[in-house]
Design a protein around this ligand. Structure first.
Ligand code: ZN
Ligand code: ZN
Length: 429
């Protein structure tokens, strides 16, 4: 799951790793700095003199291929290199491959980012993971203007990094990592669908059309929490609990006795597949009808009725489907801060905060057409800076920034037929 909580954990891990990968150098920092200066001057002369190119400020990131925060820096550096090439240079040095370079720059930890002016004078250095927005803000503070691009909105047509996860470890529905203890799969005619959890199977089930529950259920296997073996879903026992955020947790067991033992250790209710199914399918998106946990959803109020949108864009779609004015409470995709939207006659009547923006996650088809990347790749953010940080952590994501008004307008223009098949698998656009 790509939740804000996960990002925080990653950052915490990153911070810990920075501390752990301190480079044990014998050099005193003073000697290192002096050598770094010498090296910078030399490099600048070598690279710029023969080309007679304009001198640019320079950002040097010293890291290593396998350090976790360094890996997180990679897509950010690639974007900076590509998008801000006319404002400053961005360089990466692998200090494990070239240990002498690390010594030259006098660094003690990786990753370290060093900011130089156009003359090669060091302006600032930072240790640890450094996000794109923070880097751009630092350049601005140092007098290098890099903000002009953001006013037009963020567009990402190419992934910054390719998703290299093996396909059998990626959830077909939510694109999240498949947890080995809750892996769920559905056998198809030719291929099987892999899900991170029974919950994502039920989302899948609610987004396919013209199928009978019994027929599909018979093809589903879940993972026995105790042994890790795949077992038929319909005969398993389930422990249905709740995590600290109130979000349901589902554990499957091959036999009732093991489920009962686990129940004593971690609480929850022992239920059958049929009970689990009715719980999982009880709450639906008021636009696309998918199963959704309220904890993951946007709250939508229409008239005196309360419902849910499974994603931010679906929440706007409720106004189109019901032809009513709606009030939406969405959560910032990065921080969870509340964003409130009120509509009037298919237009935005109120938006809080006014700086809020939307991300329209899209993929390019083989024919070159941009289509929605699905509910799990959409989001609202209290401002564009939060969106950028969220994207920095999702290098494989493509799409573009749009206004919340545009997200609503995109739904309002749909015909009743288009709304009827909204986000049914294979018909989502
Ligand atoms: Zn999933
Ligand atoms: Zn939906």
């Amino acid at each position: 799951m790509k939740t804000p909580a996960k990002i925080l954990i990653l950052l915490a891990v990153a911070a810990a790793v920075v501390a752990a990968v301190a480079l044990k150098q014998n050099k005193t920092p003073a000697t290192g700095d002096a050598q770094a200066q010498a090296s910078v001057t030399a490099t600048t002369q070598v690279t710029t003199a023969p080309l007679v190119a304009a001198k640019l400020p320079r950002l040097v990131d010293l890291g290593a291929g396998k350090c976790i925060p360094c890996k997180m820096m990679k897509p950010i550096l690639d974007e900076l290199k590509r998008d801000y090439a006319s404002q400053f240079k961005t360089e990466f040095i692998d200090v494990w491959e070239s240990p002498d370079e690390g010594k030259k720059y006098g660094i003690e930890m990786i990753p370290t980012q060093i900011f130089y002016d156009a003359e090669g004078k060091e302006l600032f250095r930072h240790t640890g993971f450094f996000g794109k927005e923070d880097i751009l803000a630092k350049w601005k503070e140092l007098g290098v203007n890099s903000g002009a691009k953001s006013s037009a909105g963020i567009v990402r047509e190419q992934p910054v990094a390719v998703d290299t996860r093996p396909r059998d470890q990626v959830c077909f529905m939510c694109d999240g990592d498949v947890n080995a203890k809750t892996k769920t799969l559905v056998k198809g005619e030719t291929e099987q669908r892999i899900f991170c959890s029974p919950h994502c199977y039920f989302i899948y089930f609610s987004s396919i059309v013209g199928v009978e529950a019994k027929t599909v259920d018979a093809k589903v296997s879940v993972t026995d929490w105790a042994s890790g073996n795949l077992i038929p879903a319909t005969t398993a026992s389930y422990l249905y609990g709740m995590d600290a955020k109130g979000r349901p947790t589902v554990k499957a067991f091959a036999d009732k006795a093991t489920a009962a033992t686990e129940q004593q250790a971690s609480s929850g209710n022992a239920v059958s597949w049929d009970v689990l199914r009715s719980k999982e399918l009880a709450t639906r998106c008021a636009f696309c009808d998918r199963a959704v946990y309220p904890e993951d959803a946007c709250a939508v109020k229409f008239g005196t009725t309360h419902g849910y949108g499974c994603c931010t864009h679906c929440s706007m779609g409720v106004a189109a489907r019901l032809k009513q004015n709606i009030e939406v409470e969405a959560k910032d995709g990065l921080t969870g801060e509340l964003i409130r939207v009120k509509t009037l006659d298919g237009q935005i009547a109120a938006l809080e905060p006014a700086t809020a923006v939307a991300w329209f996650g899209q993929n390019k088809t083989a024919e070159g057409k941009w289509v929605s990347a699905g509910c799990f790749k959409q989001g609202f953010f209290v401002n564009a800076a939060n969106l950028q940080k969220w994207l920095d952590a999702r290098p494989a994501m493509t799409g573009r920034q749009i206004t919340i008004a545009q997200a609503l307008a995109d739904k309002m223009k749909l015909s009743p037929e288009q709304i009827a098949k909204a986000c049914k698998l294979g018909e989502c656009n």
